[in-house]
Design a binder for this molecule. Structure first.
Ligand code: PGA
Length: 953
């Protein structure tokens, strides 16, 4: 390898990961040299601004010179340097993802007993004395729904994600046994993709439409999950059979998918009724296309002539129907010309009918999408059950003639896919803010001359809503005149009523505060004559609303009409991100914990099955947590085999972007849910609850005193972070604020709030309030209790560990640079105060965890962060400087090159600090590799990472 010594950090032991990172970096730098006319000079320049020392080793004098050097960079050089550095970070991430997939594979090949695998979990449950029957029933009853959302947190363009996957794939191929020629080909491929990445624009030049966001979700479902799920079911089936003696029933699926892409209209006027309708049609069209291909392939495979009598009869009947179906589609004619179907081949005859009907179903959605008259409903499929019935007949016949091995091939996979994906791949939820429904009802009651709904008390609203829900006469005339906002809400309800059954999932009400918010949606569904109304799901997301949630739900459960309507089952969504933005991470976590406990008990009391829907983001400040820990640290009894959870933005790529990872993610969801259900964690001691109440109270007071009560805070926040400039990012289809005219923290959505502070490395929302809470608890004499809680209570230790992990990514000196360069002089003391508080918080967390340095035992994460600091810290210094330059220009005359640099630096920092994918990965892989005795250790993933490094390095 040619000497690119300046990039050699020396202190890191080379291993497979480092070798891959080095290899990719080398290809990149060589590419820059060849592709850029002053490539050599640029590489030298980059070398001169890398920060190879760790922050504690950086000497103040040379740092001053360093800042000067950054300030003197020309815009053109700053752009090239930012691109090179952020590409280095990107390639380090690719190498690392590949490394982690390789680690799982190696462990599998070595036959290791992987933590959280189906094998490990079932074995450990049996060892714990759980009976095989109990395990079997719990698996059969398990229901997990993963809801993919279009939250604007994936910074990377899909084009680049695809290139990254190609690079990762080439790395994997190069590890296989290859001929010289094949090796040469894969090396070429690696070179090609890295070069192509460099030559691709990393910036999204326009905002995605909701339809494009939906495409992102479909591509993951189609390209990865479609193939992963049958593999997973096979693994689970084999393991269940091994430990319980029974295989999974034919109709089994424990996993389903939901989606918010194209359905979530909360604060996003771009998601209209027409958009949702088109997205639903497209989703069904993709599903029909995929099933068509599979059934066609199955038809070719099932050439057997031996069959049961009922199969023979079914084939006869199908043949007669097919003969009378004229004219046939050109595709059908072609296929029959190609294959022909002899009369003996009953399976093929039955499947040909299924295939043709699926083709018409596909055609129906093509016509609907393009505005043509669709073929009649009775020649198409509407529900998955209609397709399963003939397939099941084939299955039973094959089993009966001794062909179970044949039946358990592609046929079983298709049946399982139908159970899992249905005929729409994922069911689309609708989300809308509660105030839009009251506004609509207000328009109706005002038009009818019966008063203003918005002016009524809660009691009057509930009384009105119930009366109308039970009334037989229509509430609004067809031509009810109203403003466009109200019309859009009504159109949405009408559209939902017209869509095929099973297209939609939940109707989620954001900012839900009272019973009338839920009844209002029920009434609007009735008003439009929806024959298959969606289940209505309140989303409680502010602390006060979470505290009031049990009262809200109890009032509803006490209403006979409502109790009948929900038919024994209620879904409730919990908002992690907004509650954290409202009162800080500590208070939010505890409020959510308590709400889950109380709502579960309340539902039990009313004989209702409570399904909690967790609205978690990826980052810690938005409720993010590694999957296994997140599930295990929920209160005992709150999951009970049922889990619904959002998978947002960058987490979708991290969890499902590669087939190997998708398989592990699904496996971990399954095993963690199973374990939480059968071995729920013990309830916390009363003393711990008292302390947690106290910590939540003190921390939220401190948090709110800074964020809400300090009159200068909003100005400080807007000056010190790139919040104002985030509009250039084009990350998502929705605006960053619910109320665009109102520049308060309340009006800002949680994502840009957390994102902005993450960029400056202060990451304030994740830790503000924690230090005061710990300090005051210690003053009350609870020091030892805190230590006990940390050692013995999964919920508390997980919360503290996550905060410690975030603190490790903060950097007071970098935060100070933003303060010095961007904040008006009179507000700089505010920034310094917060940076001091950050340092204090680090100390208080260290003293609680008894660590000398943050994440001290977590060598692998330290390695991960320290390698990246060399690139990331310079990017931060450049970003602060570029923001300064941008803000000195008139808003209408900003230099576009500065905006490009800003976006590239934002992407680069976000790729490391903003997301926890890598962190998630570590927890998944390390937990899998650890051999631990349960309870105490299982929750301490982070602290156990050294074991991983032993395994990997
Ligand atoms: P929301 O989500 O703004 O869509 O409610 C917030 C988040 O996920 O952080």
């Amino acid at each position: 390898m040619p000497d690119i010594g300046p990039f050699d950090f020396g202190s890191v032991e080379p291993d497979e990961l480092d070798k891959d990172t080095e290899r990719l970096r080398h290809i990149l730098l060589e590419s820059v040299k060849v592709l850029e006319k002053d490539g050599d000079r640029l590489i030298n320049l980059v070398e001169s601004i890398l920060l190879k020392d760790q922050p504690s080793e950086r000497d103040p004098v040379s740092m001053e010179q360093y800042k000067q050097k950054i300030s003197s960079l020309s815009n053109a050089d700053a752009l090239s340097i930012s691109r090179i550095l952020s590409q280095c970070l990107n390639l380090a991430n690719v190498a690392e993802q590949h490394h982690l997939v390789r680690s799982v594979l190696k462990a599998n090949l070595a036959g290791e007993d992987l933590m959280y695998s189906c094998e490990h979990t079932l074995k450990s449950l049996i060892d714990e004395g759980i009976s095989p029957d109990t395990i079997y029933n719990a698996i059969c009853e398990q229901s997990i729904e993963l809801v993919l959302t279009a939250h604007p947190t994936q910074m990377m363009r899909r084009t680049l994600i695809a290139k990254n996957n190609a690079i990762g794939n080439a790395l994997s191929e190069l590890e296989k046994q290859l001929t010289d020629y094949e090796r040469f080909e894969w090396e070429e491929e690696l070179n090609r993709e890295v070069k192509a990445t460099w030559l691709t624009d990393e910036i999204r030049r326009k905002k995605p439409t909701p339809e494009e966001e939906a495409q992102g979700g479909w591509s993951i479902l189609e390209q990865n999950l479609w193939h992963t799920l049958p593999r997973f079911f096979r693994i689970l089936d084999r393991t269940v059979e091994k430990y319980t003696g029974r295989s999974l029933p034919l109709g089994f699926t424990n996993i389903r998918f939901g989606s918010w892409c194209g359905g979530d209209r909360d604060g996003n006027d771009n998601v209209t009724a027409d958009v949702t309708r088109q997205v639903c049609y497209f989703s069904r069209w993709i599903a029909a296309t995929l099933f068509y291909r599979e059934i066609d392939a199955l038809l070719f495979e099932l050439s057997m002539v031996k069959k049961t009598d009922s199969m023979a009869d079914a084939a006869l009947a199908a043949n007669e129907r097919r003969q009378s179906n004229k004219p046939k589609s050109i595709l059908t004619l072609y296929k029959e010309f190609r294959e022909g179907i002899p009369e003996k081949e009953a399976y093929r005859i039955v499947l040909a009918e299924v295939r043709d009907k699926m083709l018409l179903t596909k055609k129906k959605y093509e016509d609907l999408i393009s505005g043509q008259t669709p073929c009649p409903d009775d020649v198409c499929y509407e529900t998955a059950e209609e397709v399963i019935a003939p397939l099941k007949m084939c299955y039973d016949s094959l089993v009966a003639i001794g062909g179970k091995a044949i039946a358990d091939g592609r046929l079983l996979d298709i049946i399982r896919r139908l159970n899992c994906f249905g005929l729409n791949l994922s069911k689309l939820d609708i989300r809308q803010e509660s105030s839009r429904h009251s506004e609509t009802l207000d328009a109706i009651t005002t038009y009818l001359g019966i008063g203003s709904y918005n002016a009524w008390s809660e009691e009057q609203r509930v009384e009105f809503l119930l009366k109308e829900l039970e009334s037989k006469r229509p509430l609004i005339p067809v031509d009810f005149p109203c403003n466009p906002r109200v019309q859009e809400v009504i159109n949405t309800f009408r559209m939902a009523a017209e869509l095929p059954k099973d297209s939609l999932g939940a109707y989620v009400i954001s900012m839900c505060q009272k019973p009338s918010d839920i009844l209002a949606v029920e009434l609007l569904q009735k008003v439009v004559g929806n024959k298959h109304p969606q289940r209505v799901v309140p989303l409680f997301e502010m602390i006060d609303d979470l505290v009031r949630a049990p009262t809200t739900m109890e009032s509803l459960f006490n209403i006979p009409w409502y109790k009948k309507r929900i038919n024994g089952s209620q879904e409730i969504m919990l908002g992690y991100s907004d509650s954290a933005k409202d009162a800080g991470r500590l208070c939010s976590a505890w409020s959510l914990y308590k709400a889950q406990e109380i709502l579960t008990k309340l539902s039990e009391k009313h004989g209702v099955k409570c399904n909690l829907f967790h609205g978690r983001g990826g980052t810690v400040g938005r409720g993010g947590s590694p999957t296994y820990l997140a599930i295990q640290s929920q209160p005992g009894g709150s999951i009970n085999g049922r889990l619904r959870v959002t998978e947002q933005g960058e987490m979708i790529t991290a969890h499902y972007g590669q087939p190997g990872m998708a398989l592990r993610t699904i496996e971990v969801y399954t095993t963690a849910t199973l374990k939480q259900t059968l071995l729920p964690p013990p309830a916390p001691l009363d003393k711990w609850r008292e302390i947690m109440d106290f910590l939540a109270d003190v921390s939220s007071k401190k948090y709110r005193s800074v964020v809400r009560d300090d009159p200068n805070f909003v100005r400080y926040f807007r000056a010190s972070t790139p919040e104002r400039e985030l509009t250039h990012l084009n990350i998502g289809s929705r605006p960053a604020k619910r109320n665009v005219l109102n520049p308060t923290i309340e009006s800002l959505r949680a994502i840009p709030w957390i994102f902005s502070f993450t960029q400056t490395r202060l990451i304030l929302p994740a830790w503000l309030g924690v230090c005061d809470a710990f300090k005051e608890a210690i003053n009350k004499g609870w020091q030892q209790d805190l230590v006990d809680m940390y050692k013995n209570w999964p919920f508390f230790s997980t919360t503290v560990d996550l905060i410690e992990m975030v603190l490790m990514k903060t950097d007071p000196l970098i935060a100070l640079r933003y303060n010095d360069l961007l904040v008006p002089f009179e507000l700089q003391s505010k920034g310094k105060e917060l940076i001091d508080l950050l340092n204090e918080t680090v100390n208080s967390v260290l003293s609680l965890t008894s660590h000398e340095t943050l994440q001290q035992e977590n060598k692998l994460l330290q390695h991960f962060v320290s390698i990246r600091r060399a690139y990331m810290d310079p990017i931060n210094y450049i970003q602060a400087e570029i923001l300064r330059r941008l803000r000195s220009q008139h808003v209408d005359a900003m230099d576009p090159i500065l905006i490009d640099i800003l976006i590239i630096t934002i992407n680069g920092i976000a790729a490391v600090v903003n997301s926890v994918p890598a962190f998630q990965w570590y927890s998944l892989v390390t937990n899998l590799l650890l051999h631990v005795s349960e309870v105490v250790i299982k929750f301490k993933t982070l602290l156990l990472l050294p074991d991983l490094s032993d395994n990997l390095l």
